[in-house]
Design a protein. Sequence first.
Length: 100
Amino acid sequence: ALAAGVNLPLVLQPTAAQAESEPQWRSGQYLYDNVCGHCHAPEVNVGPSLGGRGLPEAYIKAIVRNGFNAMPAFPASYVDDESIAKVTEYIATLPLVEQP
């Protein structure tokens, strides 16, 4: 039993390393639909609509990391950099929607 306990961390190491290299969110659309869209979807009309504005990844990352006005900051432990890149790509595919 002791030998199995000693080997267990070695078995888990590749899985942990693999998990660290994968984005936390499975796609940019999934992240947008489950986090960003709660405020930024045009039909919600809480935060500004993001689609069609040509927002660069550096800008989106700065706002996500630091927050802005009513938007909270999201640390890398919640939204990793690769997921921010993917959501930026997804937002670029959305049409521009003028809000009132």
